[in-house]
Design a protein around this ligand. Structure first.
Ligand code: BAL
Ligand code: ZN
Length: 873
């Protein structure tokens, strides 16, 4: 299929003022009657035909202003319905279609999940429900009548307010929902099912009582409390921080098991992957609890940034996603620990987005073209998009940012707008010039910022020279310089120095944001008496790769003395990366591996000082992952990285066994709490167990087995199980069996069980994964299970990348099978093969061969075809 280009945007030929939808719901057949009140868009051409989108629909009736049309009065060609002759002004188009939700394995449009009927319309799923101008800049009021069997579907939900319920007397019933807010069709939703309810409320600051309703499978009501509390916190936070109130009397959230994404922000009827709703301490890890808080907030925040103000077209996706991720990150920072939140967000960015930006899928946060929009729900659009918003916040300041948000809503509430509209509001509210900054929206690639410095003792002056360079990305051979905010401090012998830049009369604070706008720029700090060490990019003030000539001693000093928590952590990570890369080189040269003494001392010091901040210590002690390490190599040395990382973890675990064991005892808890402090202590204590499992496998087996048996929460139980998996298949076997027996009725826990086995560093892991695909625990229609087992295997560096190519062949088989059932999920899995050029020639050849095999499938979905074409370009 041809690419769709941003520059080809034209306004819609017709607008829809009001839609009435009637659903006669059934699993195998649902009939949809749609009445569209249309009129010509004065902003578009006067003689354009009416073209509606539709996919997999059986068209039963088309009528114009009440008159049935004959087959020669309209055309259905592929996925378009065209009427050449429509009235000059307003008119009413009626269609009746049938579709088959049970056969819908793509999970877009109307489908079945665990006996309930539900929908997913973003980005272009609504066209699988009825004929419609399926584009986000057509905003209409929706009134929806749902009719269904009462026993099977007692709960009938759609967007807006429930205005009528009727018992039809024949075992069927109906409900009418009316949404007073005009919306694009991607925000439409319906749910019909037999569901349990958990209710709460929230009173807005202007006194509106909002009913908060969480709908879950019967029996799961005890697992919705955390999600409900998270929603209440998010509603209060958005009022306090952005002055944004909820605008209806009801907010529904439905948890479903079969869902391609994490969740969906449909107006007043969020549909969630159950993974981001259901949690209790026995079944959910601390990480799960934090994820729920963040995703619940994210979808809620979309009510303003996404729903009230939406996107003009899908190229603008980051307008709502980057901004909403920024908002949910800030919310989580306020609810938990700002420092830890930041380093977690940056770790994710580096592990996924930096890699995307340095490969065949590199695209600007506002892409210029796409074949399949589903392929652009990427970490670039989301996470880098959030970094771009954060940089605006940094550059113009919190007050101006808030004014900019207010102005954005004042100008655009109820409209479908562009990224440019957002930046213009920020610019107008701040009087700052963001013209060069806009390049972050149009240029792909991660800039590399190189820093050098020189201290002139006599002149008491430190000159910091910064330069920037961004490598070419597909379709963008030349890059213009970015506007990069670089937050800088100077670490002296007694802490941060006050900072006075050349030309200023007095020092202003101890962290300054420098505007790097040229390819090379010097910044001069005055009154610098001692040879201070620059602390650069504090708080990770821009999504760039920093190249600074720190010695290992400098890094150890920053680890210990930097006032910026992010840079303290980052200095430790950089030190660990250098040590591991040296080990990789030793491995490649056949030299024996040895523990770096300076690193061991620095690591041991963090361990010894853990009590000051256990949560931070847990982060500082953890080692960088495979993808971050691979990014630092010209050719990714799979075996070298795996050998080096395992060696380092084992060496540290062995050498520091005594303090690690002591720490576990000191941090042992009698009770369970879900506070940031308790989470931090658990993380450190469990991190210690993992190092011990690597360092002293035989001695740790009993300890891990004991923790596994006695754990009162999933964080502890799962870590113990992982530690046993590290120790070996013999040690883990009984625990894996016991875990399944204990949790086989909890789908989400079973997914953890699948994932942990897929990621095991065991030579026969691929065979085990194949066997698990036949296990009752697996269901090839459920994305969560595919992500756990197949996605988990793709995240197994040693064995997915097995030198014989068997892992790649297996993945290609999975992609080919999934392509026919769920192209979105197939496309995600196909991405694991995309970066073949980064590996050694033998692996390159295996991966490329598999990509070619996938590409040769007749009728390949546009989702997978786009990924394969970009990979092989
Ligand atoms: N809009 C798709 C799901 C999300 O980003 O919230
Ligand atoms: Zn979102």
């Amino acid at each position: 299929p041809a690419a769709i280009r941003r520059c080809d945007y034209t306004p819609p030929a017709f607008l829809v003022d009001q839609v009435e939808l009637g659903f006669d719901l059934g699993e195998a057949r649902t009939e949809v009657r749609a009445v569209l009140h249309l009129r010509r868009n004065p902003a578009a051409g006067a003689d354009l035909p009416l073209v509606l989108n539709g996919q997999s629909l059986e068209t039963l009736r088309v009528a114009l202003d009440g008159r049935d049309l004959t087959a020669d009065e309209y055309r259905v060609e592929g996925e378009r319905l065209t009427l050449d002759n429509v009235p000059a002004d307003a008119f009413m188009l009626e269609t009746t279609v049938a579709n088959d939700p049970a056969a819908n394995s793509a999970l877009e449009g109307l489908y079945v999940s665990g006996g309930m009927l539900c929908t997913q319309c973003e980005a272009e799923g609504f066209r699988r429900i009825t004929w419609y101008p399926d584009r986000p800049d057509v905003m209409a009021r929706f009134r929806v009548r749902l009719t269904a069997d009462r026993a099977r579907y007692p709960v009938l939900l759609s967007n807006g307010n429930l205005i009528e319920e009727t018992d039809l007397g024949d075992g069927r019933h109906s409900a009418v929902w009316d949404d007073p807010f005009p919306k694009p069709c991607y925000l439409f939703a319906l749910v019909a099912g037999d569901l349990g309810l958990v209710e709460g409320d929230f009173v807005t600051r202007s006194g509106r009582r909002v009913a908060l309703k969480f709908w879950v499978e019967h029996g799961n009501q005890d697992q919705a409390g955390h999600a409900l509390a998270s929603l209440q916190k998010a509603m209060a936070w958005d009022e306090q921080v952005f002055g944004l109130e909820y605008d209806l009397d009801i907010y529904n959230v439905v948890a479903v098991s079969h869902f391609n994404m994490g969740a969906m922000e449909n107006k007043s009827l969020n549909v969630f992957n159950s993974k981001f709703v259901l949690a209790k301490r026995e079944t959910a890890t601390d990480f799960d609890f934090l994820g729920i808080e963040s995703v619940i907030a994210h979808e809620y925040f979309h009510n303003w940034t996404g729903n009230r103000v939406t996107c003009r077209d899908w190229f603008q996706l980051t307008l709502k996603e980057g901004l909403t991720v920024f908002r949910d990150q800030e919310f989580s920072a306020d609810m938990n620990s700002r420092g830890l939140q930041r380093l977690g967000d940056v770790r994710n960015l580096r592990a996924a987005q930096f890699i995307e930006d340095n490969g065949p899928m590199a695209h600007p946060i506002r892409p210029e073209s796409y074949v399949e929009i589903n392929n652009f729900y990427t970490s670039t659009v989301y996470q880098k998009g959030a970094e771009v918003i954060r940089m605006i916040h940094t550059l113009i300041g919190a007050d101006a940012f808030r004014k900019g948000m207010d102005l954005y809503f004042a100008r655009h509430d109820g409209h479908a707008v562009t990224c440019e509209d957002f930046v213009a509001a920020m610019e107008d509210a701040s009087d700052d010039d963001l013209s060069q900054f806009r390049r972050w929206y149009s240029q792909a690639g991660t800039p590399r910022v190189t820093a050098r410095w020189d201290h002139d003792q006599t002149a008491r002056r430190l000159t910091l020279s910064l330069s920037q360079d961004t490598r070419p990305t597909p379709g963008q051979p030349e890059k213009q310089p970015f506007h990069i905010p670089v937050a800088v401090g100077l670490v002296g012998a007694d802490g941060d120095l006050p900072l006075r830049l050349e030309g200023e009369n007095a020092a202003q604070g101890t962290t300054r944001v420098l505007n790097l706008t040229l390819p090379e720029q010097d910044f001069v700090f005055e009154d610098v008496a001692e040879a201070a060490l620059p602390s650069l990019l504090r708080g990770f003030s821009a999504p760039v790769i920093l190249d600074a000539p720190y010695s290992r001693a400098d890094l150890a000093r920053l680890m210990a003395d930097d006032s910026d928590a992010f840079n303290r952590w980052d200095a430790g990570q950089e030190l660990a990366i250098r040590v591991i890369l040296d080990l990789v080189a030793d491995h490649a040269a056949g030299r024996p591996l040895a523990l770096d003494e300076d690193f061991a001392v620095a690591w041991g010091k963090v361990l010894a000082d853990y009590a000051a901040d256990p949560a931070f210590a847990a982060e500082a002690l953890s080692l960088p992952g495979f993808s971050v390490l691979g990014e630092r190599m010209e050719t990714i040395d799979v075996d070298g990285i795996c050998a080096a990382t395992k060696f380092l973890a084992a060496s540290l675990g062995k050498r520091f066994a005594a303090p690690l064991l002591r720490l576990r005892e000191v941090l042992a808890e009698s009770g369970y709490a879900l506070t940031p402090e308790a989470i931090g202590r658990r993380r450190l204590r469990n991190g210690a167990l993992t190092f011990l499992a690597h360092g002293q496998p035989a001695d740790t087996r009993v300890l891990a087995a004991e923790q596994f048996r006695t754990a009162t929460n999933m964080t502890d139980q799962l870590t113990a199980l992982s530690a046993l998996v590290v120790i070996g298949a013999d040690a883990a076997g009984p625990a894996l069996a016991a875990f399944y027996e204990q949790w086989k009725d909890e789908r989400l826990v079973v997914n953890k069980w699948l994932g942990i086995q897929a990621m095991a560093d065991w030579p026969d892991v691929l065979d085990r994964v194949k066997v698990l695909m036949e296990h009752p625990a697996f269901d090839g229609r459920e994305p969560n299970k595919i992500y756990a087992l197949i996605g988990g295997f793709a995240a197994n560096p040693q064995w997915f990348h097995a030198a014989d190519g068997a892992g790649y062949a297996f993945m290609a088989d999975r992609v080919l099978a999934l392509d026919s059932t769920n192209p979105q999920v197939a496309s995600r899995m196909a991405r694991s093969l995309m970066r073949w050029k980064r590996f050694d020639p033998a692996r390159q050849s295996h991966m490329r061969g598999q990509l070619e095999r996938i590409g040769a499938k007749p009728g390949l979905s546009s989702d997978v075809a786009e990924i394969v074409a970009k990979a092989l370009a």
